[in-house]
Design a protein around this ligand. Structure first.
Ligand SMILES: [Zn+2]
Length: 378
């Protein structure tokens, strides 16, 4: 297969016209001038951008399915929907569930075998809780919050077939620092749902954490005398997740954060719950009732409970409504999240030898074509 006449997102983060050749599941060549010698399927990308398939490292569900349902069809539904939107690699997240429920969820993940060629690649999962702070629980269920446990984490990861890529913890809780040191070589530790100040967050990063779960949400604000997790993440060079649905963070703050942290540290995430892709109405998240009206998903007390978007919509939103240049937004929705969980050798850029996951967008950033592992799925 070959995609010609297309504006390719280059490894150097600029768009350049050229063509992309695909053999089997892999990208076999990228030319920045068109050559027409091969006799094969040709996709004319005239007027389109070719970008790498997006990588969402934090979302809970979509199309009525949720990773925490622990049903055999939860992951297939989520993986197919995400791929159909151009999100070709996923690392969905669990919620703060009871220990008994977490065992079931992890066993379900451990037994997942992709069967459809239309399913996004499962890079792993993101374990959001239960090792968080009750004081900043957000939409997580308080009664399920427990202190960090290395043995429980390892047991759950075994049950999940070693698929836990990220574990999200509150570093100020008892045993959290020891937990970070114990597991830092097995999993990426992310600071989340926390009341930690700057010093505690710095210590957590020094001990081996290097990621922040949905920056700004479920943590203390960025204050000029109390810079908190945000200041510590900047000083230590950690990766930070930003929910860019337009509900969780003000656009001015998103613009400021792109300047402050840079595209090489910002991972755009959707944090979507099961209503993504569906109508307004009553749903659940992490065992709690959620009402969805327009772009907002909330608990009965008004707490924001995830989003109802997907990462492709977030990408469009940051460019068209928040005025982040497309080149920067693409890097933060592909390369940076891929690097943050250690999978950049397989995906996250249009490079020879990588899996051929490519999305063609028109000038208005509408998805025109999706190629997943070398096969056209849209
Ligand atoms: Zn989440």
């Amino acid at each position: 297969m070959k995609i010609t006449n297309v504006n390719i997102y280059h490894e150097n983060h600029v768009f350049q016209p050229g063509c992309i050749e695909i053999q089997g599941e892999k990208i076999s060549a990228v030319h920045f001038s068109d050559t027409n010698t091969l006799n094969e399927e040709i996709i004319d990308g005239q007027g389109c951008y070719a970008i790498p398939g997006l990588v969402d490292i934090h979302f809970h569900g979509c199309m009525g399915a949720d990773l925490c349902d622990a049903k055999p069809d939860s992951l297939p539904i989520m993986a197919e929907y995400e791929a159909s939107q151009g999100v070709t690699t996923i690392c969905p997240a669990t919620m703060t569930m009871s220990e008994a429920e977490l065992h079931k969820i992890m066993q379900n993940i451990g037994s997942y075998q992709p069967t459809s060629h239309k399913a996004a690649h499962l890079a792993g999962i993101n374990m959001e809780g239960p090792f968080i702070s009750k004081k900043n629980k957000g939409a997580q269920k308080e009664s399920n919050v427990i202190p960090c446990s290395v043995s429980l984490f390892r047991q759950l990861n075994r049950e999940a077939g070693g698929k836990i890529k990220l574990v999200d913890i509150a570093p100020e809780e008892p045993g959290a620092m020891e937990f970070i040191e114990a597991v830092k070589d097995e999993v990426i530790v992310s600071l989340a749902h926390t009341v930690a100040g700057y010093d505690i967050a710095m210590e957590a990063f020094q001990r081996g954490a290097n990621h922040v779960t949905h920056l700004y949400n479920a943590m203390n604000p960025f204050h000029h005398r109390r810079p908190g997790v945000q200041g510590a993440a900047f000083d230590s060079g950690a990766f930070v997740e930003l929910i860019c649905d337009g509900v969780h963070i003000h656009p001015a703050m998103v613009r400021a954060m792109f300047q402050l942290y840079g595209t090489d540290h910002i991972c755009l995430i959707s944090d979507s719950m099961r209503a993504a892709g569906l109508e307004d109405g009553d749903y659940t998240l992490g065992g709690q009732a959620v009402k969805v009206e327009g772009p907002r998903a909330t608990l009965a007390d008004g707490t924001i409970a995830g989003s109802v978007t997907n990462l492709m919509k977030c990408l469009k939103n940051v460019v068209q409504n928040m005025h982040i240049p497309l080149e920067q937004a693409v890097e933060s929705a592909t390369e940076t999240p891929a690097k943050s969980i250690g999978i950049f050798q397989h995906c996250g850029s249009i490079s020879v030898g990588k899996t051929a996951d490519i999305v063609l967008l028109d000038k208005e950033l509408n998805v025109q074509k999706i190629i997943l592992a070398g096969k056209t799925i849209l």
